[in-house]
Structures are given as structure tokens and as C-alpha cells.
Design a protein around this ligand. Structure first.
Ligand SMILES: Cc1cc2nc3c(=O)[nH]c(=O)nc-3n(C[C@H](O)[C@H](O)[C@H](O)COP(=O)(O)OP(=O)(O)OC[C@H]3O[C@@H](n4cnc5c(N)ncnc54)[C@H](O)[C@@H]3O)c2cc1C
Length: 422
């Protein structure tokens, strides 16, 4: 929509072919319906969120970045607001407003929109675009912008068609993987027993080894991984993040699990991945053991299970107690020092083996996509086919949560629209 609107604004005659019956379905579900459209962080940190491919966006961001997006939204009377640290949302925190802006932008610039119209092929003659083809029609044209999105949440229309269409034209597709996706664990019974537990302010660390081989001493004290300045984590540590986690019936979800998912999925290609959850990262193992001991002495007649109420959320207590091997009904004054140390160790390192991602359809983004080597970063033009431009999530670009994915789509859309109009 950004690409079509911008090309039309510069005078091109534009036809937007949309597979579904409505525009912007994925925008509507973005940010839980609130649309986290960009981020206030500095450019260097911004680019880090896309991993190594972030550099590709440097020139695009020079032409259209966050402030340009905010000014663009102002043109349509949409104010923005910063929430949760540095995430930018429309002030209404309603994604519908963003879709409304784009529909107005398209209408104001006389873009013709055809809904329920899926493009099947881009037609090329002597290496130049000559049109596009749907099941029923052929539309001749001088330039095509392929903006078909990724392959996740296919109910929004992004079913991965763009990968096939571009591949037919000779473009290379970098292996598709789900990004920002929940993780399935091997210990499903344990996960089920903890299902629904929200773990706040914990540290999740992923290791390139099975869970039972994890050395707790290697857990970093600060975050490492994609988007974080500083040295890369050293194997066997893959990534480590502090924040919130959810245990589901199949495994791990919640912000830090989603953010670490891509690194874990890639690491699974190389070997087993185990994760360690530090439920009490603010305190050392020895500090925690003394705190437990103190509680056991203070409330000697209470059961171990009752005392754990001050250390764990309600849903975690029973499965945690079972896992610790110390009987829940044991009175605190009977708990030995070695049992106390075992409980402390488990609080500091609850472990799971990761089997894989939950599913592509539940991922927030698609990692992989059209190889950036075959696209001019200044113009978003295909280096293989004249008149073909590419933008948005169909590219081999994906980022952490925080508004980076939408900003990349808007920026690459803007530039490809300008260049296609030329
Ligand atoms: C649940 C969820 C929440 C998200 N929240 C955020 C967030 O808060 N912030 C953020 O930055 N990112 C978020 N994202 C990611 C972000 O929404 C996407 O990266 C972004 O929408 C990609 O934009 P796009 O235009 O490339 O693709 P899309 O938004 O997927 O649009 C592609 C369009 O192409 C159409 N299409 C596909 N194939 C064809 C075809 N053959 N012919 C014609 N039309 C076709 C589709 O119907 C669709 O309308 C979220 C994603 C999900 C799934």
C-alpha cells in the first residue's frame, strides 16, 4: 500500500492487486491490534535488530525513516505515542487507523484497487517486466512491485506466493524459517504441568547442547544476541535474555522466547539445543540458598510446598516441587542443606530441551526470503529483471519485536514506489 501510494503520488498510473477481500489484514493484527509501527531507538540499534542483513536497509532508511513515517501519518491527522520504553504506536492504539490512512492515501492518489485478485505470475520478455497474470486476467505494465509479505499467519493473505513468483524469474530464496515463534519442548509433560505460568523478570539462556549438559556457570549476567550491542555470545551459549516468559501446553512462549526463537531454530540445524531458565536472576545461587535456608528455619513447622509460595507463582509450585525431588509435605525443619542447595539450583536453572518452532503459521515473521544479493539496496530494484521491484517481508529481512518489521516494510515500500514510478 505504501509502495502503490507513493508511486501514484509521483504521477504513475497504479493498479494494486490484493489477494484478499480487504486491505492491510496483517496490520490489523499487528501489536495485538494496536500496531507497533516503529521504534525510537538510535539508527545503529535499529539496524542491529535485523541481524547481519540490517545493513542492507541503511540507504533506504536514509530516504524514508521513522520521522518521515511520523510526518506521513500526520498528513492524515494521526498522532503517535511512545509506549513500553521505545515502541511507537498510533496515539489511538488502534491498528484500524493505520489501515484507514493507507486506504485514504491510495484513494487520494487515484490508485485502482482490485480485491480478491491473486497474482500468479509476473510476465517477462527479454528480461523486462511486461505484465502480471491472475487466473483469469493479464494486466500489461512497465513495472511491478512485489509486496506479497511472508508466509506466516496465512489467513491474512500472506501465503508465501511471492517466493514462488520471484523464484520463477530466477531469484534465489534464502531458506524460510519461522521467526518470533513459540518453542516446542521435549519435556511436554513438564510443560503441561506448568501450563499457564507467567514467569516475570526471568533470564532465559539457550545453549548449543542438551539441557542436562548445561553448565549453569556459563549463563551470562547481561543480554546477548540479535539487536544487542556488545560482543557476540560465545558457544555453547547461543543467546540470553532477561524478561517475561510463558509456559504453554507445548513449551515456551512470551516475549523473550519469541525473540530468541530464530537463533534457537538456526542452532537446531547444528545440534541439540537446551535452555536454562533462571527464575531468580537478581540473586546469586549461594544468596538464594541462604534465603531458602532462612525461610526454612523461620517457618520450621510449615511444609516445603507452603514455603515455596513466596518463591514461585501458584501454577509453578506443584510441578516445581515434584521436579525438585523433595517431598512437598516435608516440614521445613527437616529439609537438609543438600536439599536446600538442590532447590536453589533448580530455581536458578529450570531446564528444557527444545524440539523446534511451534509452526510457521503462528510465527510473527518469516525469516529468510528473497536474497538481498539480487536486489539493489538503493532502489529496491531486482538486479535480474528490469522493471521488477521488491519490498517488505518477502525480502530476506526480519527483525525483533518493537516496530522494526513494519518500519522496514514502510521504508522499502516508499523507496520501491518512488523508483518504480521513475
Ligand atoms: C500477529 C502479528 C503481529 C505483528 N505485530 C507487529 C508489530 O506490532 N510491529 C511490527 O513492526 N511488525 C509486526 N508484525 C510483522 C508485520 O506485520 C509484517 O512484517 C508486515 O505486515 C509485512 O508487511 P508486508 O507489506 O511486506 O506484508 P503483508 O502485511 O503480509 O502484506 C502482504 C499483502 O500481499 C497480499 N498478497 C499475498 N500474495 C498475493 C498475491 N499472490 N496476489 C495479490 N496479493 C497478494 C496479502 O493478501 C497481503 O495483503 C506482526 C506480524 C504478526 C503476524
Amino acid at each position: 500500500m505504501m509502495a502503490a501510494g507513493r508511486a501514484a503520488e509521483l504521477g504513475a498510473e497504479v493498479l494494486l492487486l490484493e489477494k484478499t477481500e480487504r486491505p492491510g489484514k496483517k496490520i490489523l493484527i499487528s501489536g495485538n491490534g494496536r500496531c507497533n509501527l516503529s521504534n525510537t531507538c538510535d539508527l545503529e540499534t535499529f539496524i542491529l535488530q535485523y541481524g547481519p542483513n540490517g545493513r542492507f536497509l541503511s540507504s533506504v532508511f536514509r530516504r524514508f525513516f521513522r520521522d518521515d513515517l511520523i510526518s506521513f501519518l500526520h498528513r492524515y491527522d494521526v498522532e503517535t505515542v511512545v509506549k513500553y520504553g521505545n515502541k511507537i504506536y498510533p496515539a489511538s492504539q488502534n491498528a484500524r487507523e493505520i489501515v484507514r490512512v493507507f486506504v485514504s492515501y491510495l484513494e487520494d492518489n487515484n490508485v485502482t484497487i482490485k480485491y480478491n485478485t491473486a497474482v500468479n505470475h509476473i510476465l517477462v520478455e527479454t528480461n523486462s517486466v511486461i505484465g502480471v497474470q491472475t487466473i483469469t486476467d493479464t494486466y500489461p505494465c512497465d513495472a511491478v512491485i512485489l509486496a506479497t509479505g511472508g508466509a506466516s499467519h496465512p489467513q491474512t493473505g500472506s501465503t508465501g506466493d511471492g517466493y514462488r513468483i520471484a523464484k520463477e524469474l530466477g531469484h534465489t530464496i534464502i531458506r524460510l524459517r519461522p521467526g518470533l515463534v513459540p518453542l516446542v519442548v521435549e519435556e511436554t509433560e513438564l510443560a503441561k504441568s506448568m501450563m499457564g505460568s507467567s514467569l516475570h523478570n526471568v533470564r532465559l539462556t539457550a545453549f548449543q547442547q542438551r539441557a542436562d549438559a548445561i553448565d549453569r556457570g556459563l549463563v551470562p549476567t547481561s543480554d546477548t544476541g540479535r539487536g544487542i550491542k556488545g560482543p557476540k555470545p560465545r558457544l555453547p551459549v547461543i543467546e540470553s535474555r532477561f524478561g517475561d516468559l510463558m509456559v504453554t501446553h507445548f513449551g515456551l512462549s512470551g516475549p523473550i522466547a519469541l525473540e530468541m526463537s530464530l537463533a534457537i531454530i538456526d542452532a537446531l540445524e547444528k545440534g541439540p539445543v537446551g535452555v536454562s531458565i533462571d527464575l531468580k536472576p537478581e540473586i546469586s545461587s549461594t544468596g538464594l540458598a541462604s534465603r531458602l535456608q532462612q525461610q526454612f528455619q523461620l517457618h520450621g513447622k510449615r511444609t516445603y510446598q507452603t514455603i515455596m509460595q513466596s518463591f514461585l507463582s501458584h501454577k509453578m509450585i506443584e510441578p516445581f516441587v515434584a521436579l525438585s525431588g523433595v517431598p512437598g509435605e516435608k516440614t521445613a525443619n527437616h529439609i537438609s542443606m543438600s536439599e536446600t542447595n538442590r532447590i536453589a539450583a533448580l530455581l536458578k536453572s529450570l531446564r528444557f530441551n527444545i524440539n523446534g518452532p511451534y509452526s510457521m503459521s503462528t510465527a510473527m515473521v518469516t525469516a529468510g526470503g528473497l536474497s538481498l544479493d539480487e536486489i539493489d539496496p538503493q532502489t529496491m530494484a531486482s538486479k535480474l529483471v528490469k522493471g521488477l521491484y521488491l519490498c517488505g517481508e518477502v525480502l530476506d529481512i526480519d527483525a525483533n519485536t518493537g516496530g522494526y518489521n513494519l518500519q522496514a516494510a514502510f521504508s522499502t515500500g516508499w523507496v520501491s514506489g518512488e523508483e518504480a514510478a521513475k
